[in-house]
Design a protein around this ligand. Structure first.
Ligand code: TRP
Length: 438
């Protein structure tokens, strides 16, 4: 079964609340352990700068959100967990995509349009107070998604348009540069995850100021729950769980048996005070162990920093060679690169499969590209360019394969990926290079 890549970003403004936990974090952590899935979760701190220009808040929020995901069981060994601003390929790809994105498409983005409409209503200049960052937000988001060739992007409804724009930009790039460079992503809006009501019964949201922070100390959590609105029914009066926000929240934490018992308690006239106590106890049971881990993590920011750095290195194993392919595709190439001489001889793409060499952190690498310029294999790191060149010269005639590895003799020198190419396809490409060589 081919791997599905699932990717989502979390903007680092604010502190996580119970609604974020139930609606996004808990389902994502659960989904991340499914087989056949590669999960990418990242802290969208470049996006945060669009909304928040308080440096301390951006930093603090990044720390809290990272600690939250780790405390709730996200396993950085199993998933790709990184900070957007640690991946320089993201802003670079943002520029590439900005150069194929239609400005008219971005004019229609909901957030930008709403800001323009508000200005127009107020009789101001349409673009008053609107930053280029806000306008460009969807392009940055497209880069986040397309850089890792995500298939699925779990998001809230308000983000669907952004995913459609990412598809549009990916498609245009593929078309302009004549290759299947990008996987076109799909939004996944999970209708079954609970929408949690807040203190006042409206959807729990920071902007309504009705949220219960996820990591309140136990006694503050208890106090907050006491503040959830209820009607004025007296103890002993039968109550309708379907009409109670308290019950909706309880259900988001309870298993089927617990929920059923609580429905019966409502029918039997449980007092609101008791229902609140039961809700508090249920939430506390679920969160208390994670809260301890959270506090431990927040108290040791250097540990989180290390986890994020390792996550970025892991993400860049994918991003760096892919970006090299994209640089080649748009024509940002080494002038000594033989493909430069082919420019003008073919309008679209290049004559055939080829190797492309690049340098990263003082080491030398190469990619094997197919005729459309898509990367089908990537080499290990070589200490000097001569070694890499030797391997490239020998591979077309001497390569053997073991699973996803390409070998010279017994030594693995490259891997097949990240796409679905098989050893046989790679063998065909290498033979094509061998027969094209003088
Ligand atoms: N814009 C998203 C939000 O506000 C956050 C985000 C940034 C994101 N980049 C992303 C979500 C990429 C999914 C994929 O919720």
């Amino acid at each position: 079964m081919p791997v599905r890549r699932v990717l989502t970003g979390i903007t680092t403004t604010g502190t996580p609340h119970l609604g974020n936990y139930v609606g996004a974090i808990r389902p994502a952590v659960r989904a991340s352990v499914q087989p056949g899935v590669e999960s990418f979760y990242f802290l969208a701190d470049y996006h945060a700068l669009v909304k928040c220009q308080e440096p301390e808040r951006v930093q603090r929020s990044t720390l809290e959100i990272a600690a939250t995901w780790l405390a709730l069981g996200l396993d950085p060994e199993k998933v790709w967990f990184y900070r957007q601003s640690d991946i320089p390929e993201i802003p670079e790809l943002t520029w590439f995509l900005g150069c194929v994105a239609a400005k008219g498409l971005l004019n229609r983005a909901h957030a930008y349009k709403a800001a323009v409409d508000a200005n127009t209503q107020a009789g101001e200049d349409p673009d008053a107070g609107i930053s280029l960052g806000l306008f460009n937000y969807p392009v940055l988001m497209a880069a986040d998604i397309l850089l890792f060739n995500a298939h699925e992007v779990p998001v809230g409804r308000d983000q669907i348009q952004h995913i459609e724009m990412a598809r549009d930009m990916g498609q245009r790039f593929n078309h302009v540069y004549g290759g299947e460079y990008f996987t076109l992503p799909e939004a996944r809006v999970d209708e079954s995850t609970a929408l949690l009501p807040g203190l006042d019964g409206r959807k729990m949201s920071k902007s309504y100021d009705n949220a219960i922070p996820l990591w309140l100390p136990a006694k503050d959590l208890r106090k907050a729950i006491t503040g959830i609105v209820t009607n004025s029914q007296a103890p002993g009066e039968p109550k309708d769980p379907a009409a109670s926000h308290l019950y909706t929240i309880y259900q988001a934490f309870a298993d089927a048996g617990e929920a059923e018992r609580m429905r019966r308690a409502y029918a039997d006239g449980i007092a609101w005070g008791e229902a609140k106590q039961a809700l508090y106890e249920r939430i506390e049971r679920e969160l208390a162990p994670a809260r301890e881990r959270y506090q431990e993590l927040v108290a040791h920011p250097a540990r989180i920093e290390e986890v994020l750095r390792a996550g970025a290195a892991k993400a860049r194993v994918r991003a760096t060679p892919f970006m090299e392919t994209l640089r080649g595709a748009v024509g940002l190439r080494k002038l000594s690169d033989p493909v430069a001489r082919a420019a003008g001889t073919s309008r679209k793409g290049h004559a055939g499969p080829r190797f492309v060499q690049y340098r990263e952190d003082g080491k030398f690498h190469f990619n094997l590209l197919d005729a459309s310029g898509s990367r089908v294999a990537w080499s290990k790191a070589f200490d000097n360019p001569k070694e890499a060149a030797d391997v490239m010269a020998r591979l077309p005639r001497e390569a053997t394969f073991h699973e996803r590895a390409i070998l010279l003799g017994d030594e693995p020198v490259a891997n097949i990926g990240p796409g679905e190419a098989a050893a046989k396809d790679v063998g065909d490409l290498l033979r094509a290079i061998a027969s094209a060589a003088p």
